[in-house]
Every structure is written in C-alpha cells, then in structure tokens.
Write a protein that binds this ligand. Structure first.
Ligand SMILES: NC(=O)c1ccc[n+]([C@@H]2O[C@H](COP(=O)([O-])OP(=O)(O)OC[C@H]3O[C@@H](n4cnc5c(N)ncnc54)[C@H](OP(=O)(O)O)[C@@H]3O)[C@@H](O)[C@H]2O)c1
Length: 249
C-alpha cells in the first residue's frame, strides 16, 4: 500500500491499459478517478472491481480533448478524492492505419492535434495545484511507435512523438517544483484497440520479441505503479518501453 493517502486521475480508464492502471494504483492504496468518455458502464465496472478489492475509486466523465470538460474532470476529482498527486495521461485518439501516401491533411491534423490536446489539457489542469503543493507525478502513455515507425502508422508516430516532446518539456520545467514526469512506451498490447489484429500477426510479433510474447495491459500498469511510487523518486524525464525487449531505444 505504498500509494496510500494519494489521489490519482487516470484518463481513459474505462477499458484497456487505463483500466489496468486504475486497478493497480488502487490496489497500492491510491484513491483513483476513473475517467471515461463513452463507456460509463465500463468505468463503473472498474470502480466496482476496485471497491470489491477494498479500494476507493469514482467514475468521472470527460472528453480529454475538451478544455472545459477536462477542467471539470480535474475539479470533480479534487472535490471527491482530494488534490491530485498522480496523473496518468492514457486516453488518446484511435489510431488511423493508412499508408502515408493516402493520408489526408484532415486525418493527419485530427490525430496529431487530438493526441496533443489529450495530453496537454489534463496536465494543464493539474499542474497549478502540483506546483503549489511542491509534489506530483505525471506519467504519459506513449507508444514504441513514437521511436520505431511502422508501415501505415505515420500519423500515430507523429502524434506520439509530439507527446514525447511535451513530456520531456514538462519534466524539464516542472522538475524544480518537485514534480516528476515520465513516459511509458508500450509495444503491442492486447486491448480492444488491437483486438482486430489477426492472431497470426500477433504471434509473428511475439516471435520477434526477446521475451516471446506480446504485452498485456497489466504489464504497462505495473510500470506505471512503479513510477508513481516514491521508490522511483529520482526518475524523471525517462522514456521506458514496455515491449518485452522488441524495442531498445
Ligand atoms: N494497445 C496497444 O497496443 C498500445 C500500444 C502502445 C500505446 N498504446 C496507448 O495506450 C493508450 C491506451 O490504449 P488502449 O489500447 O488501452 O486503448 P482502448 O482499449 O481502446 O481504450 C481506450 C480508452 O481511452 C478512452 N478514450 C478514448 N477517447 C477518449 C476521450 N476523447 N476522452 C476520454 N477518454 C477517451 C476510452 O474511453 P471510453 O471507452 O469510455 O470511450 C477507453 O477507456 C493509448 O494512448 C494508446 O495509444 C496502446
């Protein structure tokens, strides 16, 4: 229970990696705001799982691309659970797969701007209070594709590279206030977002991975919980893959 007494806000926590992060942070003692966009029932399910395990959580709506909704989400988190100590920037727009020769300007701009907003707005909403309190931990869920491009993922590689840059800038400028900022870069992870992939393709990637499997949401959540822990108090500005070794930046 190393996170006892702390409050965490996890964006996009109704499913997948965000839900796993919410469960693990709560299991370590944090009170957790489980943000959702469209999946209210799923988010309430995550809250129920956390409560059944003896933890404390609330489900809160909010589109992370919308400044007013994000401000309301942060304010409601504080009202119900207390000042935010841990922010997990997990929610991001879906990944458009298209060869770069076919990608339109509109598709490219929508992905890059939505991803950047999804990270900037929640960080903006919590940083004032973190600065005042001289403490805080911000963890961004990027992607291994931010450094290792793959065919058809140009918009995703660009948008995740952009948020990597934002995370480094936050680490640099907020560090003097005792705020740690780190980036977690999952490789292929089994969630709804990747459920469409043919199993043969998943197995091919597993076969090229030194640990001979692909990731699960709990693999990512384990690193997020470690980075939220004071045991990693001197880790900031890091970019850490969770990829079984297939990506070694
Ligand atoms: N899965 C992978 O292989 C993989 C690899 C590298 C990086 N990542 C990154 O990991 C993060 C989570 O991915 P995932 O695979 O867990 O996705 P997922 O299973 O599809 O879940 C997406 C989550 O994000 C929420 N969300 C979507 N748009 C939102 C918005 N505008 N405002 C608030 N919440 C929103 C969804 O909420 P609702 O359901 O409530 O709408 C849902 O909880 C993303 O940033 C993704 O790029 C994933």
């Amino acid at each position: 229970m190393n996170l006892a007494g702390k409050t965490a806000l996890v964006t996009g926590a109704s499913r997948g990696i965000g839900a796993a992060c919410a469960r693990v942070l709560a299991a370590r003692g944090a009170a957790v705001a489980v943000n959702y966009f469209k999946g209210r029932e799923a988010a309430e399910g995550v809250v129920a799982q956390i409560a059944a395990a003896g933890g404390r959580a609330v489900a809160l709506p909010g589109d992370v691309r919308d400044a007013a909704e994000v401000q309301a989400l942060a304010a409601e988190t504080v009202r119900q659970l207390g000042p935010i100590d841990i922010l997990v920037l997990n929610a991001g727009p879906s990944v458009p797969w298209k060869p770069v020769t076919e990608l339109t300007q509109a598709e490219f701009e929508a992905k890059v701007l939505d991803e950047a907003r999804s990270f900037f707005l929640p960080a903006e909403a919590v940083m004032g209070s973190m600065i005042e309190r001289r403490r805080g931990c911000i963890i961004g869920i990027s992607s291994g594709l931010s450094r290792y491009p793959a065919y058809g993922f140009s918009a995703h590689t660009t948008s995740k590279s952009a948020v990597d840059g934002l995370m480094k800038s936050l680490a640099f400028e907020l560090g003097p206030y005792g705020i740690r900022v780190n980036t977690v870069a999952p490789g292929l992870t089994r969630t709804d977002a990747t459920a469409h992939m043919p199993e043969a393709q998943v197995q091919a990637i597993a076969g090229m991975t030194p640990l001979r499997r692909v990731g699960e949401a709990d693999d990512v959540a384990g690193l997020v919980a470690a980075l939220a822990d004071d045991a990693t108090a001197f880790v900031s500005g890091a970019y850490i893959p969770v990829s079984g070794g297939i990506q070694m930046p």
